[in-house]
Design a protein around this ligand. Structure first.
Ligand SMILES: Cc1cc2nc3c(=O)[nH]c(=O)nc-3n(C[C@H](O)[C@H](O)[C@H](O)COP(=O)(O)OP(=O)(O)OC[C@H]3O[C@@H](n4cnc5c(N)ncnc54)[C@H](O)[C@@H]3O)c2cc1C
Length: 466
């Protein structure tokens, strides 16, 4: 079979690239080694984790806040099997949706492992070992990533687990140790803490979600402490031992003191590594860099002229929407268009409660760059909407250029900030000043007023409600 473009990997990078290529008139094949499309994000990432976060949040609210709202319940119970089954249903609906989109756009789906024979010929090997050869003009590598670990940790997938197994547990852990204080660990730790597990986080750095503005990590820690999390920040894990029934984790602090934690499960969530196994990169002369990433130029082209790479398998934030933007970018580039991605304006979100969401520069980055900036903050405890819903933890922090008032960074922790951050992205794409936002009407009462108030605060300290 002969194609204009063959996409290897059907995650948010790959399937979006395939759709955009088809929209632009190319004959497209997509290869996926698993039986379902959608990649990490839809099968074992964004979607199932959000499904469990939503379910566990309902339970937690029913157990802890309904009474204050005047709603009384007897015999509240968690049915974990039903919760996991509902999550599986959400995943199925989503992956079927992608299969429908492939059909609608006349994209040929080939199930099996894709590997390069040479730069214009790809071999697809299915589960039974049957091989199909595809001839192609161009190739987009979108093979994503897998959970990474430390050399001395044996992931047995039963007691010592990754995010993939954490989405499928058959029981609520009594004590869950989470190694790594990043996004995935805090989200999945929240799921089980809300369902009643004791959760202990061991993190090497001194703060949670360390790549985000430090105010966010500090505030998130306060909220998760209220949920019952224990924190061992600034602790280096030195040993993880799993048996059939439990796990022991040893970690050392900066003074050299060792703590020993015992639990029934240990989630290793220290990051993800690009995935290129079995892809046959050697057959086209590509060697991944020291972190396993495929190197690309500013057009997301590899050193092989007709081969592009996008998403988690290349440099940059490992986020679904970053992969999607790159999919569109590559398709349009192939057609001679001049698309653009502003990587500084790709938002980052943590779906804990309160949610954390951010775009643009952190305060630490502005200091390092020597930019003169001003800040404006507004706490949700001063928001009427947040008081009505009893979601008063958190704040919105706006960083603006001291001289021009242009918004340079927005950092939010609070209710529904995952959705609210879109306004900040739009503002920054249009290079709005803090005063521009401060002078726009925001519906009352909404959480979004907190962004307006933070912009007012950044504009000569003019917040109205604090
Ligand atoms: C628990 C968890 C929660 C997450 N939550 C979020 C979130 O809320 N928001 C967000 O933006 N991001 C989230 N992410 C990250 C997000 O899932 C990834 O950034 C995103 O999936 C990357 O997309 P991708 O297309 O690059 O690769 P992937 O989604 O990893 O897809 C790659 C696909 O390629 C296939 N493949 C690999 N090699 C081959 C081959 N040789 N032949 C055929 N097929 C192959 C794989 O099977 C896979 O299906 C989460 C991740 C995890 C693990």
């Amino acid at each position: 079979m002969k194609y204009d473009v063959t996409v290897i990997g059907s995650g948010p990078g790959g399937y979006v690239a395939a759709i955009r290529c088809a929209q632009l008139g190319m004959k497209v094949a997509i290869i996926e080694k698993y039986d379902t499309l959608g990649g990490t994000c839809l099968n074992v990432g964004c979607i199932p984790s959000k499904a469990l976060l939503d379910s566990s949040e309902h339970y937690h609210n029913a157990a802890h806040t309904f009474k204050t709202h005047g709603i009384e319940l007897d015999n509240l119970q968690v049915n974990l099997k039903q919760m996991i089954d509902r999550k599986a249903g959400v995943v199925t609906d989503n992956v079927n949706g992608i299969a429908f989109l492939m059909k609608k756009n006349k994209i040929d789906v080939h199930t099996g492992l894709g590997s390069f024979i040479d730069k214009n010929n790809i071999k697809v090997t299915d589960k039974d070992g049957k091989e199909t050869k595809l001839e192609t003009d161009k190739v987009i590598i979108a093979t994503g990533s897998k959970p990474s670990s430390l050399p001395f940790i044996k992931i047995d997938k039963k007691r010592v687990i990754t995010s993939t197994e954490a989405l499928e547990l058959k029981e609520i852990p009594k004590h869950l140790i989470v190694i790594g204080g990043g996004v995935i660990g805090m989200e999945l730790g929240s799921v089980y803490a809300r369902l009643g597990a004791e959760v202990s986080v061991v993190e090497y750095m001194d703060s949670l979600i360390p790549t985000m503005d430090s105010t966010m990590g500090r505030e998130l820690k306060k909220s998760l402490k209220k949920l019952g999390f224990n924190f061992y920040l600034g602790h280096k894990v030195t040993e993880v031992k799993g048996t059939t029934k439990n796990v022991t984790v040893k970690a050392e602090n900066k003074k050299g003191e060792t703590v020993e934690l015992n639990a029934d499960y240990c989630l290793v969530s220290i990051g993800r590594k690009p995935y290129t196994e079995g892809l046959g990169l050697e057959n086209i002369g590509i060697t991944p860099d020291d972190r396993g990433r495929i190197e690309v130029d500013e057009h997301l082209k590899t050193k092989v002229d007709n081969v592009y790479a996008i998403g988690d398998v290349i440099k940059g934030a490992m986020l679904a929407h970053k992969a999607e933007e790159e999919g569109v970018f590559v398709a349009e580039t192939m057609m001679g268009q001049k698309p653009h991605i502003n990587y500084n304006l790709i938002p980052g979100v943590v779906y804990t409660w309160p949610e954390v969401a951010a775009v643009g520069y952190t305060e630490e980055q502005l200091k390092e760059k020597g930019v003169e900036y001003k800040t404006g903050s507004f706490p949700f405890k001063a928001s009427g909407r947040a008081r009505a819903s009893m979601d008063t933890d958190g704040l919105v922090k706006v960083l603006a250029d001291k001289n021009t008032d242009e918004i340079l960074g927005v950092h939010m922790i609070g209710p529904r900030t995952a959705d609210m951050i879109a306004e900040a992205v739009v503002a920054m794409e249009f290079r709005a000043s803090a005063e521009d936002i401060a002078r726009m009407s925001h519906a009352h009462p909404t959480y979004t007023e907190a962004f307006k108030e933070a912009c007012l605060a950044a504009t000569d300290n003019r917040a109205l409600h604090i």
